[in-house]
Design a protein around this ligand. Structure first.
Ligand code: ADP
Ligand code: MG
Length: 559
């Protein structure tokens, strides 16, 4: 038996831990389950390299509530600790055993998935407990250890009674933390933080209905059996290889992530990098129209399958925060402020990788099945247009797949549109004039008028279209957009009379003089321009200022 004092520096740290270590007290459970997971994964690693000569088996982690005793138990079957190790790893606050383990087994880091980093996780249990006990037995042939501490720096460490390998943490909950004795509260936390952790987590039991035995009567009840209630899916879709997943698996995982979401996602993007940073994940394009859950069902950020946050601002490019899904990266620094995150170069790389992957996926969807892409355009355009506005690189990539629908339901890329309308819709200064409507009903007659003149009219009705047009006008040379009911429309369109006129220049000049004489009044302009069309053979227009002057004379303006 040993008694002693935890490292002197701790004396002042305890109250700090309690108040400030994590603003959210509830994360103590995440930390303890992370440690239990680490301990199990370490054992897995050591048995796989033959250093631990024990059977790995099928270890689980168990969470138990003792309501009467006001205790919470977290039990694992991992490597356990010897008394020496408890001294070293538990008593030295901020001395992270995980860090040391990774140092020693460096090459294991990538695939071992070990979570701990800061060496403070364990002490977060003092945010909710007035006393913490550890019963632990190492995988090595050594006596068990029992450590106990009531929140002051004094602790006791003695030989323990635990017989099976692993660690049991017992939290004697503080009076103000009794909410953690409620089954629903613990279940809520487990679902939030541990739903996709790699080791099965048991929380109570549930009744499973078995198939009826042969020859059973109709009225016989089906037999049941009590089984462990495993709250997590230890192998979520994003940890698998894309080649091993079918469309249905992605949809199933979407429902796992968002159980209240009944709308199917439009498509998914599986992310998978290991250089120059580690990142895996699956992003989904949801149907965004009229979706009230847009704020609630957001992209979730994980580190080694532990939920961290669903606020991915600064990590995922802003225009993609409308997507759903998960990203998992051990390389995102989390103990830092948001503004620091945005400036961090690793995080910048991650954001630009994500945006590139999304652009590539959109491009391949467009190429592989254009019809399908066009059908989805209305649901995905907001994200794409927003991306084009906010990121130059995305704008360039989107050239290939951004669509411009016409009022008749045709979809053009900008290049296709240009080719199609250039002959008829180029103005005197060689500028391409793109006509568009924003409201098909309200602008109906203008749309029809433009169409009879042979012009294409786009239907652009997303809320940010004004900004998008401005962006297109400034980034493309010689392009201007005009709303179909704009009054300056006629002036914009170049009437190429040399091409369509059947008359020679000389004949036209003669005809023009004849018409002018016939009209007899000065102040009118005669234009011969639609000579071979079904429309009027020539038009006579009056300049705006002439019309106004005459109006003034008629109303007796001269006195
Ligand atoms: P970290 O996980 O960042 O290393 P913690 O404070 O969470 O820091 O844990 C400190 C150390 O205590 C761990 O690194 C590990 O060596 C040891 N430890 C904690 N919980 C367990 C456990 N359940 N089984 C075995 N060792 C544990
Ligand atoms: Mg830890």
């Amino acid at each position: 038996m040993a008694t002693g004092k935890i490292n002197v520096s701790v004396e002042n740290i305890f109250p700090l831990i309690k108040k400030f270590l994590y603003s959210d007290h509830e994360i103590f459970l995440r930390e303890l389950i992370s440690n239990a997971t680490d301990a199990t994964l370490k054992l897995k690693h050591l048995t796989s390299i033959g250093e631990a000569k024990v059977e790995y088996g099928h270890p689980i982690i168990e969470v138990k509530i003792d309501k009467k005793g006001k205790k919470l138990h977290i039990i694992d079957q991992g490597i356990g600790m010897t008394q020496e190790e408890v001294k070293k790893y538990i008593n030295e606050v901020a001395f992270s055993g995980a860090e040391e383990f990774l140092d020693k087994y460096k090459d294991a880091e990538k695939d071992s998935g070990i979570i701990g980093h800061f060496g403070l996780g364990f002490y977060s249990s003092f945010m909710v407990a007035k006393k913490v006990e550890i019963h632990t037995k190492s995988y090595q042939d050594e006596p068990a250890a029992h450590w106990s501490c009531d929140g002051t720096p004094e602790f006791t460490l003695k030989k323990g009674k635990k017989e099976d390998r692993g660690t049991e943490i017992i939290l004697h909950l503080a009076d103000d933390s009794e909410e953690f004795l409620e089954e629903t509260r613990i279940r809520e936390l487990l679902t939030k933080y541990n739903k996709f952790m790699p080791i099965p987590i048991k929380f109570g039991t549930r009744t499973e209905t078995l198939p009826k035995p042969e020859g059973a009567k109709e009225e016989d009840p089906a037999p049941t059996k009590e089984v462990d209630d495993i709250i997590n899916n230890p192998k979520p879709a994003w940890t698998k290889k894309p080649a091993d997943l079918k469309e249905e698996d992605y949809k199933k995982f979407y429902r796992e992530l968002y159980p209240m979401q009944f709308e199917e996602p439009l498509f998914n993007i599986h992310l998978n990098v290991d250089y120059p940073f580690n990142l895996t994940g699956i992003l989904y394009f949801p149907k965004l129209t009229n979706d009230l859950n847009i704020q609630k069902d957001r992209i979730q950020l994980y580190q080694n399958q532990v939920f961290v946050t669903d606020n991915v601002e600064g990590i995922v490019p802003e225009f993609l925060t409308m997507l759903r899904g998960v990203i998992d990266s051990p390389d995102i620094p989390l103990n830092v402020s948001r503004s620091y995150l945005q400036a961090d170069s690793a995080v910048k790389k991650i954001a630009s990788y994500i945006s590139r992957k999304v652009a590539d996926k959109l491009n391949s969807l467009f190429k592989d099945n254009r019809e399908d892409f066009e059908a989805k355009w209305n649901d995905i355009k907001i994200v794409i247009e927003y991306g084009m506005l906010s990121e130059e690189k995305f704008f360039e990539k989107a050239e290939a797949f951004a669509l411009y629908p016409t009022v008749d339901g045709n979809y053009f890329t900008f290049e296709e549109l240009k080719e199609k309308i250039a002959p008829a819709q180029t103005d005197k200064d060689d500028k391409l004039v793109v006509l568009y409507a924003s409201d098909k009903e309200a602008q109906h007659s203008y749309i029809e008028a433009a169409k009879t003149q042979g012009y294409e009219v786009l239907l652009l009705d997303s809320p940010i279209v004004g900004h998008l047009l401005q962006k297109l006008e400034t980034s493309k040379e010689k392009v201007s957009f005009a709303r179909v009911d704009a009054d300056h429309l006629d002036n914009l369109i170049k009437k190429d009379d040399t091409k369509i006129s059947k008359l020679s220049d000389e004949e036209k000049e003669k005809l023009k003089t004849q018409i002018e004489e016939a009209v007899g009044e000065k102040g009118y302009t005669v234009q011969l321009e639609t000579m071979d069309s079904n429309a009027a053979p020539f038009i006579i227009t009056e300049p705006e200022f002439m019309r106004r002057m005459k109006e003034m004379q008629q109303t007796g303006g001269g006195g």
